[in-house]
Design a protein around this ligand. Structure first.
Ligand code: PHE
Length: 453
């Protein structure tokens, strides 16, 4: 396909919503709010904002530059800019990371559908132990999670085969506003509960005594994960940007949306939890065990509201997961389509089927096939660990070095300023950050995660 025929986003709004949809995901709900609550409330939020500004944003702009400049899938984009030198492998790493995550992210996305179904049909009733058992039994079940995985991958597939404008962009324009509306309704319902203020205070009261070096590194890691950096998603979507898109201001808008969703998620979780005196935890147990129980108890005087909140909550999670899953799917679909010179449809099938198989194995590793473990990690945890904690920081680190030190500065500046048509204020700051600050910070997070520092 020649460059002029290449797909692109049709409108600025569609582009922002699609890219923000890729970034806004389960991490905004199950990780951010918990980390904030546990690491000093507003003090953590301040550090998080600084790490988005100093690390997340510049890395996002790097991927925008690489993707838009090359107007091709992530592997080819790095290959083009590196003139075929070894730097191209950073692009391949991005595609591989995206590909490997798709399956396991699909599994968790599928769980959201099961819970949406279960809460809609009234099966989500029964107290704390019931919810804990329900989750344990369900996630270890050999076929139910796999069926939900197939369904959500099928939906992502359906969107993808309709192309960038008619598929991804159109879906994002519906799903993202819906996500916001659901989020706002639940926040209002949660904040009206008795005792809700305690939850808000817990979330927003700054406690500087909790700020240790661990917290700083956790905030850096979270900003990276939340913005979907180094997974190929941002770079792939940027390849559909127009030459008029202001990269820096788009990155800011997307980060603001991502941040807002995270804060609002906290404003729904903490007040509800405080009203029933439960302490929220993080990860899958927060959304699949603790919160269903919290919603049931918090709204026990008006069960119909509790019912609706639970249904809306899992719908919201399903939407957040779906838009991220679509962005992950697109990374590999664009790759197979362009590298194997096949149709989009065929490429999408390759991705859906292979990621479906990977996801099914991940899911089974939590139950029937627990032989699929290496050390004390199930295949599921292993995928999470290898992609999130190893590939992601390596990819981000190398991307900054690539753009900061290898790619000619003029090219970077031309993309940043849209060939001199925009002022490009802060270019100097951006360039300094990606050359020195980001690689150092990412290295620190990486070594910290591995327990080396
Ligand atoms: N940014 C997503 C989140 O916050 C995580 C994710 C990373 C999703 C990469 C897709 C791709 O949940």
């Amino acid at each position: 396909m020649s460059q002029t025929e290449r797909a692109s986003f049709g409108s600025k709004l569609g582009m922002i919503l699609a890219t923000a949809g890729g970034a806004v995901g389960l991490g905004n709900v199950w990780r951010f709010s918990y980390m904030t609550g546990d690491n000093g409330g507003a003090a953590f939020i301040c550090i998080y904002i600084v790490s988005v500004l100093l690390l997340g944003l510049p890395c996002m702009i790097c991927e925008f530059i690489i993707g838009r400049h090359a107007a091709s899938n992530t592997a080819r984009a790095y290959t083009k800019l590196s003139n075929g030198t070894a730097w191209k492998w950073v692009g391949y790493l991005g595609v591989l990371t995206g590909f490997l995550i798709t399956g396991y992210y699909g599994v968790v996305s599928g769980w959201c559908l099961e819970y949406l179904y279960a809460s809609a049909t009234g099966a989500m009733k029964g107290g704390p132990e019931y919810f804990a058992d329900y989750f344990k039994e369900f996630s270890a079940n050999p076929w139910r999670p796999v069926l939900w995985l197939a369904l959500i991958l099928g939906v992502a597939h359906y969107v993808i085969i309709h192309g960038v404008r008619n598929g991804i962009e159109r879906a994002s324009k519906i799903l993202m506003p819906l996500l916001f509306v659901l989020l706002l309704i639940i926040v209002v319902a949660a904040c009206m509960l008795p005792g809700a203020t305690d939850g808000l205070l817990f979330l927003f009261r700054p406690d500087f005594s909790k700020l240790t070096s661990d917290v700083f590194l956790a905030a850096l890691g979270q900003s990276f994960y939340s913005l979907s950096i180094a997974m190929g998603c941002i770079c792939t979507y940027a390849s559909y940007f127009s030459r008029q898109t202001n990269l820096a201001s788009s990155a800011i808008q997307i980060s603001v949306i991502d941040f807002l969703v995270a804060i609002l998620a906290g404003m729904m979780i903490f007040p509800a939890a405080a009203s029933v005196g439960v302490r929220p935890d993080s990860g899958p147990s927060l959304i699949f065990i603790t919160l269903p129980n919290v919603f049931e108890q918090a709204f026990s005087s008006v069960p119909v509201v509790g019912y609706m909140v639970a249904v809306m909550f899992f719908m919201l999670l399903g939407l957040a997961a779906l838009t991220s899953l679509i962005s992950l799917h697109e990374v590999s679909t664009a790759f197979f389509q362009e590298e194997m010179h096949i149709t989009r449809n065929r490429a999408a099938w390759i991705v859906t089927l292979s990621c479906g198989v990977i996801g099914a194995f991940c899911s089974l590793s939590l139950g029937k096939l627990d032989v699929l473990s290496i050390g004390d990690k199930s295949l599921f945890d292993l995928f999470d660990f290898v992609t999130g904690q190893i590939f992601l920081p390596i990819g981000g680190f190398l991307t900054c070095l690539f753009l900061g030190w290898y790619v000619p500065k003029k090219l970077v500046k031309d993309e940043y300023t849209n060939w001199g048509t925009q002022r490009g204020s802060l270019f100097g700051v951006f360039y300094f950050l990606i050359r020195f600050v980001c690689p150092t910070a990412i290295l620190a997070v990486f070594l910290h995660q591995l327990g080396i520092i």
